[in-house]
Design a protein around this ligand. Structure first.
Ligand code: AMP
Length: 439
């Protein structure tokens, strides 16, 4: 099966060819024909499955017919980064269509967005808050919207956007095509789907579990040794691009600085950065200027850097779903990836929950030669504090029937051997320094 079989408008097909897509991904195969028919869609898919093109291509195809200069398609996304990414995908895929897309999100000036809207656009990719502001000020009119996409709905729920989403939906016509994408399906998202979708078709990619192309390992470690372990691991691991997750903005910033000081091309991405610095960090990570990006969950949401070879959970995520989202950043587009999780004593329950989500216990590893008995240097006291446990998690785990015994299988190691990736070889330290990220 190839893209020709969808019968996309030649200008849209030209975009597919320009992007170098040859074979549709599973979600594209299932979703594109349905969306082209105009039905509502519920997509159970995480980033990395090709879901953006699954909705963008049929939207571009549809908009080739009908009026220009009027807002006809709206994609709502939780974060600015994701909105930018979707917008860029639409721009690349739709280059030959002359359709116009605008991003609408906060943290940047209102005026450029208003000017673009005034010049006329057919597509908007928006975050909820700024979109509502623009609607309130009369700059955005959704009354003739034809297609509405709610992307990463579970994340929008986590971020408290559901009331905003409902307000936005109320501004759109009842006669519209609606698509809702979510990596997980908590009850709140099911309710939202019932409200906004009409007789939806459901497509699922990845079964809400991480891609098979990712192998997982847990490194038990004392809290104060995490940074030392990370440095040691990086030194002995063959990595391309590494995305490191921390629990807080402060930890992301600090760890980014520590890595840069140690000679790595590292930057951090967290909510306290200005939009310009966020884009510099993202852009630098994408083009390889930075080999390591340290980020919080929210800042990293939807990051699409196809060559991410390693996701390292410096702090365990607060829910098993967050684990899936984090490691969804690697092993994309059928490349292999590794997900390493640093775990302290206090993280035991969360590890069990992750085992359950993965359907198999994660391999537990120790790094040969690493001094696990070292004392915490005084200046590292902040990092020595054990991570806070998310209160919500214990309940979630109980709801799942509790964790099993924490045995750790060898699956990850077997997989790793199968990939042929060179691990823990002699030091392959990244070259250049010094490079202070925009953090
Ligand atoms: P997404 O899940 O939409 O974030 O897409 C993940 C990555 O896969 C992006 O870098 C896309 O450019 C890429 N991609 C999407 N569809 C295809 C395809 N059919 N063939 C190859 N790469 C694709």
């Amino acid at each position: 099966m190839n893209f020709e079989s969808f019968g996309l408008h030649p200008s849209v097909a030209a975009g597919v060819a320009a992007e170098g897509y040859v074979t549709p991904t599973p979600i594209q195969l299932k979703a594109i024909p349905m969306v082209l028919q105009g039905v509502d869609l519920m997509g159970l898919a995480q980033t990395g499955t090709g879901k953006t093109a699954a909705f963008a291509l049929p939207i571009l195809h549809r908009l080739m017919q009908g009026p220009r200069g009027r807002l006809r398609a709206l994609i709502v996304a939780p974060t600015r980064e994701l909105a930018e990414q979707i917008h860029q995908a639409i721009e690349s895929l739709g280059r030959a269509t002359r359709l116009r897309s605008v991003t609408l999100y906060g943290g940047v000036g209102l005026n450029p967005q208003v000017q673009k809207l005034k010049r006329g656009v057919e597509i908007a990719v928006a975050c909820p808050g700024r979109l509502l502001d623009l609607i309130g000020q009369g700059h955005v009119d959704l009354s003739r919207l034809e297609v509405l996409v709610l992307d990463e709905a579970d994340q929008m729920f986590d971020m408290g956007f559901l009331p905003d989403i409902r307000r936005i939906v109320k501004c759109t016509p009842r006669e519209r095509q609606t698509m809702l994408f979510s990596a997980t399906m908590p009850a709140e998202i099911r309710h939202l789907a019932q409200e906004v979708l009409r007789a939806p078709q459901t497509v699922q990619a990845g079964d809400s579990v991480p891609a098979e192309t990712v192998s997982h390992a847990v490194y038990p470690v004392a809290p104060h040794l995490k940074t030392a372990l990370l440095l040691e691991l990086l030194q002995h691991t063959d990595t391309d691009s590494v995305l490191v997750f921390t629990r807080t903005k402060h930890r992301a910033k600090r760890l980014g600085e520590q890595l840069a000081k140690s000679g790595y091309r590292a930057a951090s991405l967290q909510g306290n950065l200005s939009q310009g610095r966020r884009q510099a960090a993202m852009g630098g990570f994408r083009d390889g200027t930075y080999q390591i990006l340290v980020a919080t969950d929210i800042a990293a949401r939807g990051i699409d850097v196809s060559q991410i070879s390693h996701v390292i959970n410096y702090d365990v995520p607060s829910t098993p779903e967050a684990y899936i989202h984090r490691i969804g950043r690697t092993g994309r587009a059928a490349r292999r990836g590794d997900a390493f999780t640093f775990a302290t004593e206090e993280d035991r329950d969360m590890l069990r929950a992750i085992d359950r989500v993965l359907g198999t216990p994660v391999e537990r590893r120790t790094l040969a030669g690493f001094n696990y008995r070292a004392q915490a240097p005084a200046r590292d006291q902040e990092f020595a504090r054990p991570p806070r446990q998310a209160g919500s998690y214990a309940g979630a785990e109980r709801a799942r029937g509790g964790g099993g015994p924490g045995t750790y299988a060898r699956r990850g190691a077997d997989k790793a051997r199968a990939t042929g990736r060179k691990r823990f070889q002699s030091a392959s330290r990244p070259a250049a320094r010094p490079q202070t990220g925009p953090a």
